[in-house]
Design a protein around this ligand. Structure first.
Ligand code: SAH
Length: 355
C-alpha cells in the first residue's frame, strides 16, 4: 500500500540518495502529520500491540511500590520528580499513583513529569491522569533538576536505530534506498566506526550490529541527573545485554508485517541494547539485567495476584490468571522482557534488582 510517507521517501531518496534506518524509523513513527504515533492510539486489544500495564494493573502497582520504597530508602526527598518516558495511555502512571496513595508523604512530594511526543497520546494521558497535574516534555532535556524516580516501559524500543554489517574493511551501514521503484534496504561502502570498536571483539565479518544514539543520549542524561541529585530509573523493554543480529521489526494489528510496505501505518521497533544504556549512564550505578518475570516475582506479584483473585469469578478470573502468566512466564513476556535499574553512587539497588 502506498502511503503519503512512501511518496515522500521515494522523492527524497531519488533526489539526495539513500537514508539511514534511523531517519526512516524516526519519520515513520514521529512525522507530525503522517507518523504512526502522531496519528493514532496504537495500544491495547483493538490497537496494534498490547503492553504490560494494559495487560494487568498489577504491573504498575508493583512498579509504584518499588519506586516508593526507593524514595524512602533515599531519605524521602521533597520535592521528587516522578517521571515516565513514553507513557502511552497513562495507565502505568495511574496504577503507580493509585498503589502509592498510602505511602505517607509520597504524593505531597511527587511532581509528575511525562516525556511524550505524540499529541494524540498526550490527550489520552491528560484524561487518565486528571487531578495529578502532569507536566509534559518533548525530550528529557527539560526535566527538572531534582531527585528523580523514572520508569520507561517499551519506550527505548521505539527509538531510531542504525544497523551495521561487519566487513573485513570495517562496517557497512544498511541504508534505505530504492529498488525496482520500491523502498528497499541496501549496503553502504565499508568504513571504520569508532563507536563500534568494542564490538570488534565479539563479532565476525557478516554479523549485524545495531546502535541507538538517542537511547544512549537519554541514558547519559538520566545517569548524570541521578548521580548529581539522587534517584532511581527502571528501564523495562525487550532486548538483551548486548545486541547482535537484526531485530528491526514492524507490527500492525498484533502481527509482524513488512516495515517498508506501508510507512507510517505499522509500529517499528528494535530490541534494546542494555549494555549501551548502562555504559552511557555512568557515573550512576546500574543493576544486573534481570528478566521481567523474576523482577515481578521478587516484588510479590504472586501474592498480589492471589489477593485480587479472591474478588473475581468466571471470565474475569480466567483473564486475571492469564494476565499473571503473560507478565511472568518465560514463554510469554517473562524472559524476553528485561529490567535494568539505574541508581545513585551511594545508594542501594532498587527492590527486586541486584547490583
Ligand atoms: N509505556 C507505555 C507505552 C509504550 S508505547 C506502555 O507501556 O503502555 C511507546 C510510547 O513512547 C508512546 O507513548 C509513544 O508516543 C512514545 N514515544 C515514542 N517515541 C518517542 C520519543 N522519541 N520521545 C517521546 N516519546 C516517544
Amino acid at each position: 500500500m502506498t502511503t503519503p510517507l512512501t511518496t515522500r521517501f521515494l522523492r527524497q531518496i531519488a533526489a539526495s540518495g539513500p537514508i539511514t534506518l534511523a531517519e526512516y524509523m524516526a519519520t515513520c513513527l514521529g512525522h507530525p502529520e503522517h507518523g504512526y504515533y502522531s496519528t493514532r492510539d496504537p495500544l491495547g486489544r483493538a490497537g496494534d500491540f498490547i503492553t504490560a500495564p494494559e495487560i494487568s494493573q498489577m504491573f504498575g502497582e508493583l512498579i509504584g511500590l518499588c519506586l516508593a520504597q526507593c524514595w524512602l530508602d533515599q531519605g524521602a526527598p521533597d520535592p521528587v520528580a516522578l517521571i515516565e518516558l513514553g507513557p502511552g495511555r497513562g495507565t502505568l502512571m495511574a496504577d503507580i499513583l493509585r498503589a502509592t496513595r498510602g505511602v505517607a508523604g509520597f504524593h505531597a512530594a511527587a511532581r509528575v513529569h511525562l516525556v511524550e511526543t505524540s499529541p494524540t497520546l498526550r490527550a489520552v494521558q491528560a484524561q487518565t491522569l486528571a487531578g495529578h497535574d502532569p507536566v509534559w516534555h518533548d525530550t528529557v532535556d527539560s526535566l527538572p533538576a531534582m531527585p528523580l524516580l523514572v520508569v520507561a516501559n517499551e519506550f527505548f524500543d521505539a527509538l531510531p536505530i542504525r544497523q551495521f554489517e561487519r566487513d573485513p574493511g570495517g562496517w557497512r551501514e544498511r541504508l534505505v534506498g530504492i529498488q525496482d521503484g520500491a523502498l528497499a534496504l541496501g549496503l553502504a561502502d565499508a568504513a571504520p566506526l569508532a563507536a563500534l570498536d568494542h564490538r570488534l571483539e565479539d563479532t565476525d565479518p557478516g554479523d549485524l550490529v545495531e546502535t541507538c544514539a538517542p537511547a544512549t543520549a537519554i541514558a547519559a542524561m538520566l545517569g548524570a541527573r541521578i548521580a548529581q541529585h539522587g534517584g532511581t530509573a527502571l528501564l523495562i523493554d525487550y532486548g538483551d545485554w548486548r545486541s547482535l543480529g537484526d531485530t528491526f521489526q514492524a507490527m500492525a494489528d498484533h502481527a509482524p508485517t513488512d516495515p517498508f510496505a506501508a510507512p507510517g501505518t505499522a509500529d517499528l521497533t528494535a530490541h534494546v541494547d542494555f549494555e549501551a544504556l548502562a555504559r552511557a549512564a555512568s557515573p550512576a550505578q546500574h543493576t544486573r539485567l534481570t528478566s521481567q518475570g523474576v523482577f515481578l516475582e521478587r516484588l510479590g506479584i504472586t501474592d498480589r495476584a492471589r489477593a485480587l483473585a479472591k474478588a473475581l469469578r468466571g471470565d474475569a478470573l480466567e483473564t486475571h490468571i492469564s494476565a499473571h502468566r503473560r507478565l511472568t512466564h518465560p514463554d510469554e513476556m517473562g524472559s524476553l522482557f528485561k529490567v535494568l535499574g539505574l541508581y545513585g553512587p551511594n545508594q542501594s539497588p532498587p527492590p527486586g534488582l541486584s547490583a
